[in-house]
Write a protein that binds this ligand. Structure first.
Ligand SMILES: [Zn+2]
Length: 425
């Protein structure tokens, strides 16, 4: 529309100039040597203009029109650059009103370039005008040379709105626009975790601990039995000490009738990081509580000095009615430093099994009330606690970040914490 108006304007000027030229009165006479030229004024003016144009095109002798054009371009560029700088300063100073005004000026002088569109989007975002930012980002995404920038902005907006299918689609488009970008890979992995697409998250994650946890989750949701077994094996191989990985793989072995292999897998895991869920899963393979005793002993033999092994033998003995053995192992656990609630509940249960009105049982129950809290799953990144294990922290969504243990052990296990606590080390 603007182009048509400009054309009409030019046409009016040309017609007016032609009419004005035709109406010029008088004549022009020139004497060059012996040559005398006598022309009407209108024709003389027209001849001079034609001569100037001829000289300009043939020899570049007349440069005025082009110079005027260049000056215009330079002026626009200067104004535009100044607006870009002012907008950047306003963005850095968090002044949304100025940023938006200067972004609009930059677009007026320089047009919709990737830079001015990006500034407009950032200014809109800073001002809380998400619709404005979206419009600028969409225009940016439509430019082949800057599509990634636009898609990246739109992707962040979709993530902020927690619209996971849209975010996943935008991430796919951004990957096509700029394949292999590290930032995008991390973002896609996060998106896959948020939308519980475990196989995709596993494919995009490199850290072994995260891979093990994601493989467990992928195995649990995999409908194909063979693929579920392969994923469980991968999880166990990536981190044999991760209880859910060992249980997933042992479960697959038990499913195909390889109980011996299942018990070996659980014992290997117990040797690295014993967890009550591993022993519970191992003893679930026993036909009776008495049959569980040899299984518990085999498991405990894999890590004989760990307090978890004493607790395991105490629990298995109690289940089998061997209260004397149960008490002996529970006391060994307490001597090994266990002071948590579950130990005193176990001691109370042992006393109650022998005498339902036992004073000792009541004493242990009172001690349980003030004992240390039981170990939990805790995120090594954000420290959020969880009673159940999750492939990714429910709070900060970091994959494979949950570690089981008491607060002190986990805090010290966090990377770099010793350096911060003991700076001279
Ligand atoms: Zn966390």
């Amino acid at each position: 529309m603007a182009g048509v108006l400009w054309l009409l304007g030019y046409a009016v000027i040309v017609v007016a100039a032609a009419l004005g030229l035709a109406a010029l009165p008088g004549r022009v006479t020139a004497e060059i040597g012996t040559l005398i030229v006598d022309l009407p004024t209108s024709l003389a003016v027209l001849a001079l203009v034609l001569l100037a144009l001829l000289l300009h095109f043939l020899f570049g002798l007349v440069r005025l029109p082009r110079r005027f054009g260049r000056q215009g371009i330079h002026r626009r560029r200067r104004q535009g650059d100044a607006a870009v700088t002012s907008c950047l300063v306003a963005l850095a100073a968090s002044e949304p009103g100025i940023a938006r005004r200067q972004a609009a000026r930059a677009r007026k002088w320089l047009g919709d370039t990737p830079q001015t569109l990006l500034l407009a989007a950032e200014a809109g975002r800073l001002a809380g005008r998400e619709d404005e930012a979206t419009t600028a980002l969409r225009a940016l995404a439509a430019k082949p040379e800057a599509a990634f920038l636009g898609l990246r902005g739109l992707l962040r907006q979709a993530i902020a709105r927690q619209e996971w299918p849209e975010a996943t689609e935008l991430a796919r488009q951004a990957e096509a626009a700029n394949p292999g970008a590290t930032w995008l890979r991390d973002e896609r992995a996060r998106l896959a975790i948020r939308s519980t697409d475990w196989p995709e998250a596993m494919r995009l994650t490199a850290a072994p601990a995260a891979k093990a946890s994601l493989a467990v989750a992928a195995s649990q949701t995999e409908p194909d039995a063979d693929r579920a077994l392969t994923l469980a094996r991968k999880a166990f191989e990536a981190d044999p000490g991760l209880a859910p990985a060992a249980i997933a793989y042992a479960g697959q072995m038990r499913r195909i009738g390889r109980e011996g292999r299942a018990q070996t897998v659980l014992a290997e895991s117990w040797a690295i990081r014993p967890h009550p869920d591993v022993s519970a899963f191992a003893l679930a393979g026993a036909a009776s509580p008495m049959d569980g005793i040899p299984l518990a002993r085999t498991l405990a033999a894999a890590n004989p000095t760990d307090p978890e092994s004493f607790l395991l033998l105490a629990r298995a003995s109690l289940d089998a009615g061997l209260t004397g053995e149960a008490r002996r192992h529970a006391v060994l656990a307490r001597d090994a430093g266990v002071n948590s609630r579950r130990l005193f509940l176990l001691l109370a249960a042992i006393e109650e099994a022998e005498d339902p009105n036992s004073d000792a049982a009541r004493g242990y129950l009172r001690e349980a009330a003030t004992a240390d809290p039981d170990p939990v799953w805790r995120c090594t990144e954000c420290r959020a606690e969880s009673v159940e294990w999750h492939p990714a922290c429910p709070s900060c969504h970091t994959p494979g970040s949950l570690a089981w243990g008491n607060a002190t052990a986990l805090t010290l296990a966090k990377p770099g914490i010793m350096r911060r606590l003991l700076p001279w080390r």
